[in-house]
Design a protein around this ligand. Structure first.
Ligand SMILES: Nc1nc2c(ncn2[C@@H]2O[C@H](COP(=O)(O)OP(=O)(O)OP(=O)(O)O)[C@@H](O)[C@H]2O)c(=O)[nH]1
Ligand SMILES: [Mg+2]
Length: 493
């Protein structure tokens, strides 16, 4: 068996007094690894020193960047390079000798079958942080405490001494990491762990740097704290955001502008938007249960069902074990969220619910949640007509439709007016809801227009009086035939 190809990566910024010795020690290790530096235009001449070494030693190479772009973004460059060049393993470390090159063989030895990441940890043994100032010690311990409690990672998530098994880790996972500065370390380990990476730790001793200055500023620490808080909230509200996406089966760019829905599905960054998301996520737990209950009652096991207007699909996850779900939406952005939240969906494709790309009689069932209220009566009739067409005879339609006097409508309306009074402008939490449902009779009228009969209507405590749940059945072959029949009877009456 050939031994794995290994790349050692080191980011540098003003490390001129360290890199010479570092290169010497790395080259002397009993490893046939290549060594890559990413230097961000260090004013102290680090880049030139490294270039000199690279000329003398073919195993060393240097990437120069224009200015100080951040330690996290430097690591991303190293990672991309390692994947691009087909390395099997990537080892990363700091240049300031807080990570000892002599630890690298131990890091490699800890990489056994089934291990995706090996992390050097300062917290496995006592006295691992000699020579550190009390402030730095406190900051380090506090950071570790927060990543353990808020992100549920028992590891030393803030260190750079790591080994990545590039075959075990899908490259796209690093694309989910957003931090360009020090937050990169805990964010990347968090994303890897959320996607099932197996992490092993080895104890390391991490002495304070001898030469040069720390590049960690108060601003960096605050940025990390903000990122940590936002990861914590996002993990509660939209946990699927951190998961590797399943590919979308078909995109239709010819559908063009998504009528503003792409913008709606772009992650909200405002404080108010986050608050709305937090409330919505609590409610989703209720709706998820309700959806599962009604879906079990309405659709037979293994039924082929269409989720028409699937959005981000945060409540769909329980359905995929029992049903074969095809999910469609006009917004490509929504579909990428759906794909992350629902890796087990049968099919995900971009489509217009007014013009579904499926043959007549394709599905046993059709469902959606919070879609129809955004359209006017004529449009609802067209949409239901399409659902009717793609359903098999006696196929079921299940719709979650917010009620005009639903608790969330009343609550959000009051919040909006209150904020409007205080700030002068009323915020908009979601696209306009022009056709909220008022009664069972209204639901029946909409359905009758399109060739369905109502089988079940529910509005109650089970979902805290938010949405009506309607289950209907396709009763005739063609809604236009149904209408002429009704008119005919009226004419003869
Ligand atoms: N390319 C690049 N490297 C950086 C940047 N910021 C820091 N580094 C390097 O990243 C490694 C870690 O940085 P340090 O300043 O030692 O950060 P630290 O280890 O958290 O802090 P101290 O050990 O207290 O100095 C070192 O090799 C730095 O030279 C950057 O913006 N770009
Ligand atoms: Mg350091």
């Amino acid at each position: 068996m050939t031994s794995p190809r290994c790349l050692i990566f080191v980011p540098t910024y003003n490390e001129n007094r360290n890199v010479e010795r570092l290169c010497t020690e790395l080259l002397a290790l009993p490893l046939a690894a290549e060594i890559l530096f990413v230097d961000d235009g260090s004013p102290d001449g680090t880049g030139e020193t490294l270039d000199r070494f690279a000329r003398q030693h073919p195993r060393i190479s240097v990437i120069h960047r224009e200015g100080k772009l951040g330690i996290g973004s430097a690591h991303q460059v190293g990672i991309a390079h390692a994947y691009d060049k087909g390395y099997d393993l990537l080892i990363t470390l700091d240049a300031d000798f807080s990570h000892s090159p002599s630890d690298l063989p131990r890091l490699l030895a800890a990489h056994t079958a089934g291990v995706d990441v090996v992390v050097g940890s300062r917290y496995l043994e006592s006295d691992s942080l000699p020579g550190w100032s009390p402030q730095r010690l406190f900051l380090t311990w506090f950071g570790h405490f927060l990543t353990r409690v808020l992100l549920h990672m028992p590891h030393d998530a803030n260190g750079a001494l790591r080994l990545y098994d590039l075959h075990g880790i899908p490259r796209e996972l690093f694309g989910l990491v957003t931090a360009s500065a020090y937050g990169f370390f805990f964010e990347s380990l968090f994303v890897l762990c959320r996607n099932g990476a197996r992490v092993r730790q080895i104890p390391i001793v991490l002495p304070a740097r001898v030469y040069g200055n720390s590049k960690l500023t108060v601003r960096d620490a605050l940025r990390s704290a903000r990122l940590l808080a936002s990861l914590f909230v996002a993990n509660l509200v939209t946990p699927g955001r951190f998961l590797r996406s399943r590919p979308i089966d078909k995109l239709r760019p010819e559908l063009g502008e998504s009528q503003g829905w792409d913008q709606y599905w772009t992650e909200k960054r405002t404080a108010l938007g986050s608050l709305y998301d937090l409330v919505a996520s609590a409610y989703r737990r209720v709706i998820r249960f309700n959806l599962r209950t009604f879906a079990e009652r309405s659709f037979a096991a293994d039924a082929k069902v269409l989720h028409a207007g699937c959005g981000s699909g945060q409540v769909d996850a329980d359905l995929h074990g029992r049903l074969r779900v095809t999910a469609v939406d006009i917004s490509a952005r929504a579909l990428s969220l759906y794909a992350r939240n629902n890796p087990r969906a049968s099919r995900i494709e971009q489509a217009d619910i007014f013009d579904l790309p499926f043959e007549a009689g394709t599905f046993d069932g059709v469902y959606n949640l919070g879609v129809l209220e955004h359209f006017d009566r004529k449009q609802i009739r067209e949409i239901l007509g399409e659902f009717h067409r793609v359903l098999k005879p006696r196929g079921k339609l299940m719709v979650f439709w917010p009620h005009r006097r639903g608790s969330s409508v009343l609550f959000l309306g009051a919040v909006r007016r209150l904020i409007g009074l205080v700030s002068g402008t009323e915020p908009k939490f979601h696209p306009d809801e022009i056709s909220l449902l008022g009664s069972r009779a209204e639901a029946e009228a909409h359905l009758r227009d399109s060739g369905f009969v109502l089988r079940e209507y529910s509005f109650g405590i089970r979902d805290l009086f938010v949405q009506c749940v309607i289950v209907a059945e396709k009763v005739d072959a063609d809604p236009t035939a149904s209408r002429s029949f009704v008119f005919g009877r009226t004419a003869t009456a």
